[in-house]
Design a protein around this ligand. Structure first.
Ligand SMILES: Cc1cc2nc3c(=O)[nH]c(=O)nc-3n(C[C@H](O)[C@H](O)[C@H](O)COP(=O)(O)OP(=O)(O)OC[C@H]3O[C@@H](n4cnc5c(N)ncnc54)[C@H](O)[C@@H]3O)c2cc1C
Length: 465
C-alpha cells in the first residue's frame, strides 16, 4: 500500500485555495487529513469560549466537505509535537504538509519540521493566510515595518508587480487514506467545545454560521450590496455595511487571495473607492501579522517598552465586571459590550471606544481587556486582537497617541446619531433602570493623561533628554 501524506489543518479550515491540501492531492498519494486540538504546547494560546464554539462549527463543516470529496478529517487532541509523529507512526505516512502560521506557534512547527525531516519524511509548509509573507517585507533600512501607511504602499506595489496567486481550485475528489490508523481519532462532540451548562451560545447561533460556504456567501453579498456604502457606513455601528468576514478569515475558511481576486473582479466605476477602502482593511490584517511575526509576545508585552513604566493602579474588580457586563452607565460602551456577549462580535468603531474606555477612563491594563475579547469574540485572532488593543492603548505599532482619549458620548453622537445601535442593545437607556455613569469622563481622562506623564518621563530618560 502506498504510504499516505498527512495534511495537518490548523487556521486554514477550507478546501478551496488551500495550498497544503492541493499539494497533497497532486502528490498522488492517499491523503490523511488531520486536525489537532493543542491545548498543551506553551506557544499555542488556549482558545477562548466563543472561539471554541466557532471551531466546533468550522470543523463540522470541513469534515462534511472532505467526506463528500472522498476523505475524512481525523481529530486528535494533545501537544502537536507528540500527536503528529504518533499519527505518522500509526499510518506509515512518509510526508506531512501544512499551511504556515505566524505567531509563537511557529516554533512548534519549526521543531516538528526538523524532527520529521530527520526521520526521513518529506515536510513542506505553504503560504495560505497572507498576501505577503512577513519576512519578505522590509523597510528601506532593512527592518520590519512599524507604520501601516508605508507598509501598505509597499505591499500594493509588490502586488502590482507580482500579483497574488490565482486562488487554487477546490479539489473535487480526494483519495482518502483508509489504511491502518485512519479510523482512529476523537469524536468532535467529546472535545466539549460547545457550552453546555449553561448554554450561552444562543446569540452566536442566531448570528453566525461557521464554514467555508457562508464565508463566500458573505463576501458575494457584501460586494453585491453593501460595499458601495462602505467608505462612510463602516464607522456606523447601527448599519451593517461591513463584510462580517473576520471570523471566517481568522479560521481560514476564506483566504485573502480569494478576497483579493473576487473584490477586484467586482470593482467598477461606482464602487472603486469602496473596494479600495475594504482591501485596505484587509491590508491592516496583513500588517498585524507582520508585527506579530516580528514581535510574537504581542499579547503580553508592550510593543513600546516605555509603556512598562505605566503606573496602572490596583485593579478595581467591580469596574472590570461592570465593563464586561455592559453596565457602566455609558450607553455606547454598554451597547458594545452587550453586543459582544450576545453575538460573539462587536462593531469595529465600538471596539475602539470600549477599549479606550477600559484603558483610559477606568485605568485598567489593556491586557485584561484583550483577554476578555479573546474569550468572547468568535474572531479572536492572535494578531488582530492584541495589535488593536495595543493600538488603542498607545503602546503598539503605529498606535493612536495615548493622549487621544475617545469620548464615548461624542462618538455616539457622531456615529450613532439616531441612537439606533444604543437602543438595540440598551433598551432601558433613558429609564430609571439604567445605571448612573460609573465614572466621570472628564476627570478620568485627566487622571489618564497624568499617568501617561510617567511614560513620557521614562521615554525621555531612556533617550537621555
Ligand atoms: C480593540 C480591538 C480588538 C480587535 N480584535 C480583533 C480580533 O480579535 N479579530 C479580528 O479579526 N479583528 C479584530 N479587530 C479589528 C476589527 O474590529 C474587526 O476585524 C472588524 O470589526 C471585523 O468586521 P468585518 O469583518 O465586518 O470588517 P470589514 O470592515 O469588512 O474588514 C474586512 C477585514 O479586514 C480586517 N480588518 C478590519 N479592520 C481591521 C483592523 N483594525 N485590524 C486588523 N484587521 C482588520 C478583518 O480581517 C476584516 O474581516 C479589533 C479591533 C479593535 C479596536
Amino acid at each position: 500500500m502506498t504510504a499516505p501524506i498527512i495534511v495537518w489543518f490548523r487556521d486554514d479550515l477550507r478546501m478551496a485555495d488551500n495550498p497544503a491540501l492541493r499539494h497533497a492531492v497532486d502528490s498522488g498519494k492517499p491523503v490523511l487529513c488531520l486536525y489537532v486540538l493543542d491545548e498543551d504546547s506553551d506557544e499555542v494560546r488556549a482558545l477562548g469560549g466563543a472561539a471554541k464554539w466557532w471551531l466546533h462549527g468550522s470543523l463540522t463543516a470541513l469534515g462534511a466537505d472532505l467526506t463528500e470529496a472522498g476523505a475524512s478529517l481525523q481529530l486528535r487532541r494533545g501537544p502537536a509535537e507528540d500527536v503528529v509523529p504518533a499519527v505518522v507512526a500509526e499510518t506509515g505516512a512518509d510526508a506531512v504538509v501544512w499551511n504556515r502560521r505566524y505567531g509563537a506557534a511557529r516554533d512548534v512547527d519549526a521543531r516538528l519540521k526538523t524532527r520529521l525531516r530527520e526521520e526521513g519524511l518529506e515536510v513542506s509548509s505553504f503560504d495560505a493566510a497572507l498576501l505577503v509573507e512577513p519576512w519578505t517585507m522590509q523597510t528601506g533600512s532593512g527592518g520590519p515595518y512599524a507604520v501601516f501607511t508605508p507598509f501598505w504602499r509597499s505591499v500594493q506595489k509588490r502586488l502590482q508587480e507580482d500579483p497574488p496567486r490565482h486562488p487554487l481550485a477546490r479539489p473535487k475528489t480526494i483519495d482518502g487514506f483508509e489504511g491502518a490508523g485512519s479510523g482512529s481519532g476523537d469524536a468532535l462532540d467529546d472535545w466539549g467545545l460547545l457550552p453546555k451548562h449553561p448554554d450561552w451560545a444562543g446569540g452566536l447561533r442566531e448570528n453566525c454560521v461557521p464554514g467555508e460556504k457562508d464565508a463566500h456567501d458573505k463576501l458575494h453579498a457584501f460586494l453585491a450590496d453593501d460595499v458601495v456604502d462602505y467608505v462612510d457606513g463602516r464607522d456606523r455601528p447601527g448599519e451593517s455595511v461591513t463584510s462580517g468576514l473576520s471570523p471566517h478569515l481568522r479560521w481560514g475558511e476564506i483566504s485573502p487571495h480569494q478576497i483579493w481576486a473576487t473584490a477586484n473582479q467586482a470593482r467598477d466605476r461606482r464602487n472603486a473607492d469602496a473596494v479600495g477602502s475594504f482591501l485596505r482593511e484587509v491590508g491592516w490584517r496583513e500588517f498585524t501579522h507582520h508585527v506579530l511575526y516580528h514581535f510574537p509576545r504581542l499579547a503580553t508585552d508592550n510593543w513600546r517598552a516605555e509603556f512598562d513604566a505605566f503606573p496602572w493602579p490596583d485593579l478595581d474588580e467591580s469596574a472590570l465586571q461592570a465593563w464586561q457586563q455592559g453596565r457602566t452607565g455609558i450607553p455606547l460602551v454598554d451597547a458594545g459590550m452587550r453586543e459582544l456577549w450576545h453575538t460573539g462580535t462587536m462593531h469595529n468603531r465600538v471596539r475602539m471606544v470600549t477599549a479606550s474606555f477600559l484603558i483610559k477612563n477606568l485605568l485598567i491594563d489593556w491586557r485584561l481587556g484583550e483577554q476578555w475579547f479573546w474569550d468572547t469574540l468568535v474572531d479572536a485572532d492572535p494578531a488582530n486582537n492584541p495589535f488593536n488593543w495595543q493600538w488603542v492603548a498607545g503602546s503598539g505599532a503605529d498606535a493612536t497617541p495615548y493622549f487621544r482619549v475617545f469620548n464615548p458620548e461624542l462618538q455616539a453622537k457622531k456615529f450613532d446619531p439616531h441612537g439606533d445601535y444604543i437602543r438595540r442593545w440598551v433598551p432601558e437607556y433613558g429609564t430609571d433602570d439604567y445605571p448612573e455613569p460609573l465614572v466621570d469622563l472628564a476627570s478620568t481622562r485627566q487622571a489618564a493623561l497624568a499617568a501617561y506623564d510617567v511614560v513620557k518621563h521614562a521615554r525621555a530618560e531612556a533617550q537621555g533628554d
